[in-house]
Ligand binder design. Structure first.
Ligand SMILES: [Mg+2]
Length: 216
């Protein structure tokens, strides 16, 4: 390595809407069904009952999974068992396949892969199993509820850099949310705003990452 070499060693992927799409309406439809409520109505009710703050507490690790489910049950008057609520809440993800292909290609070339996700204990344990064929090859999975800080907080990115073993400047953070991209840059990482896999591939190639160039 030359002095001042800023070539990328580690690629850090956001999860939601990068590795996988998610849709809270799927969970809301299931949870609302025994109450005779549409998913949309259930989500309105949840919002009016301060659900957003509860979710932030859950994803920052201030509230654990059992307490979160108990709160959901009580606040929304859900008749389902806690384990059913957990299952209904968890299963909302579908793979973003072209991004999986890119991540596999990077991994095959010896690039270190790290996941950096604002998430919670229920979703993380679900999607780690669902996407095991990809995530098991990641060096490390960094979850906000375990770090105790959410993107775009500096502490979150510092944990990602620490587990990567690379200098911050040789990590690139990929996220679909602009504020998280800005947060990564402020923490000294390189960063890419994710829109789609074609653009991501072009952006990674421009940073010198070892991917096959698209055939023209
Ligand atoms: Mg995201």
């Amino acid at each position: 390595m030359e002095v001042g070499d800023l070539s990328i060693e580690t690629v850090i992927f956001d999860f939601g809407n990068v590795i996988a799409h998610f849709d809270y309406r799927i969970a809301a439809n299931r949870l609302g069904e025994p109450l005779g409520l549409s998913g949309e109505r259930l989500m309105e009710r949840a919002t009016s009952l301060g659900f957003r703050n509860l979710l932030m507490d859950f994803e920052s690790g201030r509230v654990g999974p059992d307490a979160f489910v108990a709160e959901l049950k009580v606040r929304l008057g859900l008749p389902q068992s806690p384990s059913q609520i957990t299952a209904d809440w968890a299963d909302i993800f579908t793979a973003n396949e072209p991004v999986h292909a890119l991540a596999h290609e990077l991994g095959d070339s010896g690039v270190k892969l790290v996941l950096g996700s604002n998430t919670n204990a229920i979703h993380a344990s679900h999607f780690v199993r669902q996407f095991d064929s990809l995530l098991s090859r990641f060096e490390s999975l960094v979850f906000s509820h375990e770090v105790g800080a959410m993107k775009p907080a500096d502490a979150f990115y510092r944990r990602c850099v620490e587990v990567s073993g690379s200098p911050a400047a040789r990590c690139v953070f990929i996220d679909d949310m602009l504020e998280n991209v800005e947060g990564a840059k402020a923490a000294g990482l390189q960063a890419l705003h994710f829109d789609n896999a074609v653009k991501l591939k072009a952006d990674l190639l421009a940073l010198g990452l070892p991917l096959n160039r698209p055939k023209v």
